[in-house]
Design a protein around this ligand. Structure first.
Ligand code: FES
Length: 76
């Protein structure tokens, strides 16, 4: 099984990664300002977070929310 896109919007992670590099977008929400994806089931969000963290754009296993938590945004 290869997971390489937001299936609801048919947007490839490789294209999202290229957009993130081009624009400096560093979060799911920032990438969403440039590409429409992730507004339905949201299952792609942890994959996109991992992509933004590691640069990986194709995955062979399930990544759940708890596997790739949202970055801490508190101002500690
Ligand atoms: S897979 Fe991205 S919103 Fe459903």
């Amino acid at each position: 099984m290869k997971i390489d896109r937001c299936y609801c919007f048919q947007k490839r992670f490789a294209d999202l990664q290229a957009m993130a590099e081009e624009t400096g977008a560093a979060t799911v929400q920032e990438v969403q300002q440039h590409v429409e994806f992730g507004h339905n089931c949201g299952l792609c969000h942890p994959y996109v977070r991992r992509m933004l963290r590691t640069g990986q754009t194709s995955f062979d296993r399930i990544i759940r929310e708890e596997d790739e938590p949202r970055p801490c945004t508190s101002a500690e």
